[in-house]
Write a protein that binds this ligand. Structure first.
Ligand SMILES: Nc1ncnc2c1ncn2[C@@H]1O[C@H](COP(=O)(O)OP(=O)(O)O)[C@@H](O)[C@H]1O
Ligand SMILES: [Mg+2]
Length: 251
């Protein structure tokens, strides 16, 4: 966590507002972070990426849960290259990027976390910015699984995201974790609280925390920006893709 704070202070001091964050034309970046481990961040990221790909958008899924990333395990993929292979490269060419990416049967491009978790430290916040920029200049949608532990690379990704999702479950510990994360991102100027979208996963009528118990009514989920204009089903793709017991709310 020290690294994140240091990163935030360093970036502000040296680069001023906006920094060297890529803001030009390019794909939509969606980060998915967990309020704590096990709340469903990876499943959410995978479902979103698969749905975006199925909607006809070229989509990449980046596993930025650098130490414990398990996208490869979920999708039953074995591939020797990972995001770490791009960490030391200053100018990521389309060819270098293509070599590092695994193409899943669904067409989804996967940039995996390293098999050896300790190598995740090689991905600095600067490399993360370059990797995300390279991905968004090549793909229409870039979904990033940032896991529950925020490091410098994940902080850089959350800052660059067009949409930053924070997944929680409706129990006291996870909701407290979500509040803590939203406030920390705000304090460190990674992301304003009102620009973070909290996704309540595994919500049912019998869960510990109900929307009303916190004194606010749930906001209606709004579709992500890449929602296709037409769909065969009357329900939009992102509700079909999402687990049916999802709720999204402002923090
Ligand atoms: N909405 C859901 N319905 C059923 N199972 C879920 C749901 N969300 C997550 N899970 C399960 O919970 C476990 C943790 O999910 P995961 O996405 O790996 O969490 P995280 O990435 O936040 O640690 C997995 O076994 C996953 O299949
Ligand atoms: Mg995970």
């Amino acid at each position: 966590m020290h690294a994140v704070a240091q990163w935030s202070v360093g970036v502000r001091r040296h680069l001023g507002p906006g920094g060297d964050v890529f803001t030009g034309a390019g794909g939509t970046v969606v980060t998915v972070s967990g309020a704590k481990g096990g709340v469903g961040a990876t499943l959410t990221a995978i479902q979103l990426a698969l749905a975006a790909q199925a909607s006809g958008r070229s989509t990449a899924l980046l596993d930025m849960d650098l130490q414990t990333g398990d996208v490869a395990a979920y999708l039953d993929v074995q591939f020797r290259r990972s995001v770490v292979d791009l960490a030391a490269i200053n100018d990521i060419s389309p060819r270098v990027l293509a070599d590092a990416v695994f193409r899943h049967d669904t067409g989804l491009a996967l940039l995996l976390a390293p098999g050896e978790g300790e190598r995740g430290e090689e991905v600095s916040d600067r490399s993360a910015r370059q990797i995300v920029s390279a991905l968004r200049s090549r793909y229409e949608v870039v979904v990033i699984d940032c896991g529950a532990q925020l490091g410098g690379a994940g902080a850089a990704a959350v800052e660059m995201a067009d949409t930053a999702l924070l997944v929680t479950t409706p129990d006291v510990v996870a909701v407290r974790g979500a509040k803590r994360a939203v406030r920390m991102w705000d304090r460190l100027q990674i992301r304003k609280a009102e620009e973070t979208t909290v996704v309540v996963n595994r919500h049912t009528r019998s869960t510990e925390i109900q929307p009303r118990s916190s004194g606010r009514s749930p906001a209606r989920p709004s579709p992500p920006p890449w929602s296709p204009p037409t769909s065969r089903s009357s329900r939009p793709w992102w509700t079909r893709a999402a687990c049916t017991n999802w709720r999204t709310r402002a923090p």
